[in-house]
Design a protein. Sequence first.
Length: 470
Amino acid sequence: MTVIDQITAAIGQDRVLTGADAAPYGKDWTGAYTSTPLAVLRPANTAEVAAILKIANETKTPVVPASGRTGLTGATLAQDALMLSVERLNAISEINVEGRTATVGAGVILSNLHDAVEAHDLIFPLTLGARGSAMIGGLLSTNAGGSNVVRYGSTRGLCLGLEVVMADGRIMNLMSALHKDNSGLDLRNLIIGAEGTLGIITAAVLKLQPKPRAYATAMVAVSSLPDALTLLYKLKEATGDGVEAFEYMPRSYIAKHRQLFPDATGPFDTDYDVNIMIEVAATRAQDAITHPDGSLPVVSALEETLGAMLEDGTVLDAIIAQNEAQRREIWKRREDAGEVAFFGGVFVNTDVAVPLDKVAAFEQMLTPRIKAIDPDAEEVIIAHLGDGNIHHTSYISRNDPEAMKALVAAVEDVVQELGGSFSAEHGIGVSKLDTMKRRKDPVALDAMRAIKAALDPNNILNPGKVIPPA
Ligand SMILES: Cc1cc2nc3c(=O)[nH]c(=O)nc-3n(C[C@H](O)[C@H](O)[C@H](O)COP(=O)(O)OP(=O)(O)OC[C@H]3O[C@@H](n4cnc5c(N)ncnc54)[C@H](O)[C@@H]3O)c2cc1C
C-alpha cells in the first residue's frame, strides 16, 4: 500500500485530493512559490489529523500544514510532500462572552471570526489585508502582526490555549483559557510562530476584546518621522492609549499605489514625504457620546492633537474620515500594500523591525547603499510605524540574482547596525533561510535544531523551512 492508500483507508477518499484536484493547492497568494504536493489531505477533525501524522511518521513522509496559503515566505511549498490543509477544521465552537474568549478550529478564516464575535459586541483584534483568506492555524503559526499590533500586540499575545497534533500523531492538549499558567515549559508559545515545523495546530482558545464604540480615522502629513513619533505619543496620551493603527506611507508608497491603482485618489492635493494613516478607537463610553455640537470626543481628541501640531508646523496636512466610506478608502490604500509590494516589477522584498526611533535612520542609511548596487532601483516602503516594522521593497532595474542578493544583504546590514530584526512578522519560510543562517545567533540556531530533532525526529513536519541546516 502506498502512503496515500494508507491515509485514504484511515480517513476516507473524500478527504484526499490528488492530480488536478490537488493542483490549486500547489500555489500560494504570491504566485511566486509553486509546488506539486503528493496529495492534499483535508481532515475534518483532530483525530483524522492524528491518524495522518501517525502514518506519515511511520513512513517518514513529509507533511506541510497549510491554512489560507496567504503567507509571503514560501512556507507552504509542498514539493514531494503531503499538504495537510486545515480548512475543514472551521468551527467556532464557543464564544464565551463572560470570559472573553473564542474557541476555534485552526481552519476558521479570520474575517469569519471577526463577524462572529462582533455580534457579541466583542472583537478579535488581529487584522491584516489577507483576513478574508488567512486562517487561525496559519496566523498562529506565523505569529502574524498586522495593523493594530501597536495597541493589541501580535498573535502570540492574543492566544490562551492550543490543541496540537505532534509529529508522531499524539494530541497535545493545551486548550487552556487561563491568563496565568506557569506549569512548566511554555510549549504554547514554542508552537506559535514555528511555521508548522513542530506540530500541527488544530484548535485554539483566543482572547477577545471589547468592541470599540467609535473610531476616528485620518490621513496626516507630518514634517518628519521624529515628528510622527511625537504625534503617536501625544495621541496615545490624549486617547487613553486608543491608537489602533499608525501606518507610515512615504511619498514612494503613495506614488507606487497610484501607479498600480489608477482609480485611487489622494490622500492630499499636495504630495508629502511623510504620510501617516491613523486610527484611534474609543473604548470608553464617554469618548463615543456625541456632544451637543454634534462632535464625537474621540474625533475631537484627534482634531485637537492635530490642531496643536498644525500650529507649530510639525503637522502639514490632515484629512479625517467623515463617514464609513471615507474610512474604508483610507484603509484600502493601506491594505493594498500586498499588491504594491509583490506585483510592481522585479523586486526584493523585506520584512524588518527596528526600534521605533530608528526608522528614519533605516531610510537614511539604506538608500545610498541601494543606489550603489543599482542606481536605478526604486525603493518603496510601507511601515507599521507604531511597532517599528518596515516592509522595504526595492524594484530593481534588471533581473540580476547577484544584485538581488546584494540588496538583501544591504538591508540586513542596516538592520543589524540599528539593533533590529531581519524578520518582523511574516516568518522565515524558505525566503529568509539564508538570512537566518547568516544573521541569527549560532547558539540560538543550535537550540532550534535540538528542539526540532526532539519533537520531530524523522523531520516530517514542514522540512526545509525556518531552520537552516547546520
Ligand atoms: C494581502 C496580504 C496582506 C498581508 N498582511 C500581513 C500583515 O499585515 N501582517 C502579517 O503578519 N502578515 C501579513 N500577511 C501574510 C499572511 O497573511 C500571514 O502570514 C498569515 O498569518 C498567513 O495565514 P494563512 O492562513 O494564509 O497561513 P498559510 O500561508 O497557509 O501558512 C503559513 C505558515 O503556517 C503553517 N501552518 C498553516 N496552518 C498551520 C497549522 N494549522 N498548524 C501548524 N502550522 C500551520 C504553514 O505550514 C506555513 O508555514 C499578508 C498577506 C497578504 C497576502
